[in-house]
Design a protein around this ligand. Structure first.
Ligand code: DGJ
Length: 816
């Protein structure tokens, strides 16, 4: 709910408040963002739309509150700039502001930087007017959050547009706030318009050198910024830095994509905040290009956070009447630690970012051909893989790279989106028919933003590739990028993809993007507009993604950029899931997925079971662990099932059946990080839950382990069981000789025969207790193997072993 009292604006969600007011000078002073300032009763009154509650008394109280929250500076501070002779004690440097700029005394990190036609760069945006809207208007040029609840819902989303003007130069700045009360999210974006002034040259140009999406000032220092970094196949490692003075920056400087190096999602918290306790702010950007997030601190009084498009290398030129809008920033707050904030972000992404027919549908289990056979594919091998997958209960078959042009490796054919008939006689249609006849869905891989020099497309249109005329172009994975700033190239991509997607029964598309940017340049842009290239690329890409997702509403799209090199809310506005990483090693994956979980729900992360030894690390892990970890994302398989034994395929069938039963909880429930590689997901109604334990290091003689949960209802009685892990005689090596009458040689014939005949399974848990016991005290798991004994009930947890536990609420008679 957004309300306005005198000169103050309150944005209220269920559990957070955001407050600012207009100073007598016209500047917008930020007063507060954090845990709700109103009690539950006042909130109910606010959302009831009963304007009568705003009595004279209430306004008086509000006035008093705002007076109490406003800093008092009676004199100008030393070595600071007084804003004006009329307001001598107003020094912009020591106020918390809603937006700031250089030139009038605020010398901190700016929200906006403009160069005016006269060459000056001092801005002074002062309040002009406001509008509160009862529905969310989308951004015009970029993807943004939406609200489907409509105005009938008590706490439906609303928008506030604050208009500020710099009259001297004829520029108008709109600060746009949206409140999504149901998930405690506030979004911000901004728009600058060059209106011009009387008598000004008609060709005058204002250069936007930076326009941030959000700025939040805090009257405190020493905040901790947490950001997520990595590289190819090694994404989302958490890093913490406390800012006591100076600046902490998270940025993607020049990759040209949101990036594995630095994801745009960051958190601010107190250094003492933990997973479950303490204040935590989450910030993200609905954007896929280079970005910038910075927490700076002027040592004594305050800190400032800004986020938006990366200003380095960026400049946008506005003629009279033109506007530029920043991407939308997403802001969450929780006083229940990182976990509390993550759950707000997850709900928001699921309800207000992802969209389309797949948003609320359970995602299918899939088999992907990439790690099964890489480029070495043909109709026969693919159909055989699909048949094996069908036997395992897998629902969707995905043909990855290698099906088009003459692509037998990564050196050619990107851009030539016609089928290689030698590999696929009868084309996509024939293959799709064979797959769908098996009772499976069919999907395929494309990389539409790219072009190889060795392609018919390049031979016909060499100028379509991003490159600087006369200069050699540096490649990534042997490929170049199509200049998507140009409408005719966007149109080509749209029409070529439309042909591919309608060439058979295509239910799923994996949209890949396998290089970062270099040699940025568009032959269609004038020299001064080359600084607009990167942003124009994304405007072009978003147009393409928008058209295609509108034309093929039933297709499930999965984004990918060599894994998670472009994992962000911009992509998620079109594609409801993204391939999380090219690293499919489950132990590494658990860290990567934990990194994503801070800002993104599991349903947005593609996650596959692959072969062992793993292709990226050569680590060996058992099939159970690979399944358990992958099941916390959208589960797929990516290995040659045809080469597996019947026993292994039977195990996979069991996994898939198990996942289908529990994926409603895993994909749509509330997620909790439990620490130490553990996590759990609880259904919204708290009747079901799935938990996971990972043994990172195994030591002998440690037989006890307690599983302590989060999120179960303390008063409900639950039954906990487990996915029963598989064991084999081989797992015991030569130790088996302590129990057998004859000597069994390791890997010898006797061991092999015995291994086939003797069926062994892991321990079975069967624990019933109230949620309070599970959450507050934790329950004791079966004895772990520790080197001193073994029975059927022993929990064999070697380094790298995982367990999956499921919880079901018992009949209501057990409810306390
Ligand atoms: C990179 C992706 O991340 C992989 O999964 C695979 O699709 C390859 N590209 C294909 O070239």
């Amino acid at each position: 709910m957004i309300t306005f009292h005198k000169n103050a604006f309150l944005i209220q969600t269920r559990h957070t408040s955001y407050l600012f007011h207009v100073l007598p000078s016209g500047h917008l002073e930020h007063l507060y963002y954090g845990h709700t300032l109103s009690g539950v009763k006042s909130y109910e009154k606010i959302v009831s739309h009963d304007r009568n509650w705003i009595t004279a008394k209430a306004i008086e109280v509000m006035d008093a509150n705002i007076r109490a929250m406003t800093p008092v500076h009676s004199f100008a501070n030393g070595n600071m700039i007084s804003y004006s002779d009329d307001a001598e004690s107003l020094c912009l440097e020591n106020r918390c502001l809603e937006m700031s700029s250089f030139g009038k005394g605020d010398i901190r990190e700016p929200f906006i930087e403009l160069v005016y036609p006269d060459g000056s760069s001092t801005c002074d945006f002062l309040y002009d007017s406001y509008v509160i809207k009862d529905e969310i208007e989308p951004l015009e040029t970029l993807p943004s959050a939406y609200d489907e609840n409509g105005i009938s819902e008590a706490d439906h989303a609303q928008q506030l547009v604050m208009t500020l003007k710099d009259k001297k130069h004829g520029t108008v700045l709109e600060l746009i706030y949206s409140a999504f009360p149901d998930c405690d999210i506030i979004t911000r974006s901004s728009k600058i318009t060059f209106v011009g002034t009387e008598g000004q040259d008609e060709d005058a140009v204002v250069t936007v050198q930076r326009l941030m999406s959000t700025q939040v000032d805090f009257y405190r220092t020493g905040m901790r910024m947490t950001s997520f970094h990595g590289r190819w196949a090694d994404e989302m490692h958490r890093t913490d830095a406390v800012c006591d003075g100076g600046k902490v920056v998270n940025e993607e400087l020049a990759a040209g994509e949101s990036g594995s190096r630095s994801n745009p999602f960051v958190m601010l918290s107190n250094p003492e905040t933990t997973e479950n306790y303490g204040d935590c702010y989450g910030f993200n950007l609905v954007y896929s290009g280079d970005h910038y997030e910075a927490l700076s601190c002027n040592y004594v009084d305050s800190s400032r956070f800004v986020s938006g498009i990366q200003p380095t290398g960026f400049a946008w030129h506005l003629k009279k009447g033109e506007s530029f809008e920043s991407p939308q920033a997403v802001m969450a707050f929780s006083r229940n630690g990182f976990n509390g904030m993550s759950r707000h972000m997850h709900d928001f992404v699921r309800k207000h970012i992802t969209r389309g027919s797949w948003r609320d549908k359970e995602r299918p289990t899939l088999i992907n051909s990439w790690e099964a056979s890489y480029f070495n594919i043909n109709q026969n091998s693919l159909v055989n893989l699909a048949k094996a997958a069908k036997q395992c209960g897998i629902e969707l078959f995905v043909m990855d790279d290698g099906w088009f042009g003459h692509r037998n490796d990564d050196k050619s054919s990107l851009g030539d989106w016609y089928v290689n008939e030698k590999k696929l006689p009868g084309g996509i249609e024939a293959l799709a028919n064979k797959i769908t006849e098996l009772g499976m869905l069919f999907g395929l891989w494309v990389e539409p933003e790219m072009i190889n020099e060795d392609s018919d497309l390049y031979r016909a249109h060499p100028d379509w590739a991003v490159q600087i005329p006369g200069m050699h172009h540096s490649k990534g994975r042997n490929q170049m990028i199509l200049d998507l700033t140009r409408t005719e190239i966007q149109d080509y991509v749209i029409s070529s993809m439309k042909k591919v997607f309608s060439s058979g029964k295509v239910s799923y598309v994996k949209w890949d993007m396998n290089r970062i940017f270099s040699d940025r340049y568009s032959t269609a842009l004038s020299p001064e507009k080359q600084s607009e290239f990167m942003h124009r690329y994304y405007m072009g890409l978003y147009r393409i993604m928008g058209e295609l997702t509108k034309s093929f509403p039933e297709i499930l799209f999965e984004g990918c950029s060599s894994g998670g090199n472009r994992f962000d809310l911009g992509i998620l506005c079109y594609f409801p899931q993204i391939w999380g990483s090219d690293d499919t090693d489950p132990i590494c994956r658990q860290s990567i997925q934990t990194g994503y979980s801070y800002g993104y729900p599991g349903i947005t992360v593609g996650s596959h079971v692959s072969g062992s030894p793993n292709h990226q690390t050569l680590n060996v892990t058992n099939l159970d662990t690979r399944f358990i970890i992958a099941s916390f994302g959208c589960l797929g398989y990516e290995l040659n099932l045809c080469d597996l034994s019947d026993k292994e395929k039977a195990e996979i069938k069991e996994q898939v059946d198990f996942y289908k039963k529990w994926r409603g909880v895993l994909q749509f429930g509330d997620y909790y990080r439990l620490g130490d590689g553990r996590c759990m997901v609880v259904s919204k109604d708290k009747k079901k839950a799935v938990g996971m334990v990972l043994q990172r290091d195994r030591f002998p003689n440690r037989d006890m382990d307690i599983f302590k949960t989060k999120g179960l209802d303390n008063d409900t009685f639950y039954h906990m069981t487990n996915y029963v892990n598989k064991l084999s005689l081989k797992d015991f090596g030569s130790l088996i000789n302590t129990m057998t009458p004859v000597h069994v040689k390791e890997n010898g014939i006797v061991q092999k025969i015995a291994d086939k005949v003797v069926r062994m399974s892991g321990e079975k848990e069967d624990i019933s207790a109230t949620g309070g016991i599970f959450n507050e005290c934790g329950v004791h798991l079966k004895t772990a193997y520790g080197g001193t004994g073994y029975s059927e009930d022993t929990r064999v947890m070697r380094t790298g072993d995982a367990r999956l536990y499921v919880f079901e609420a018992m009949d209501s008679q057990y409810k306390i």
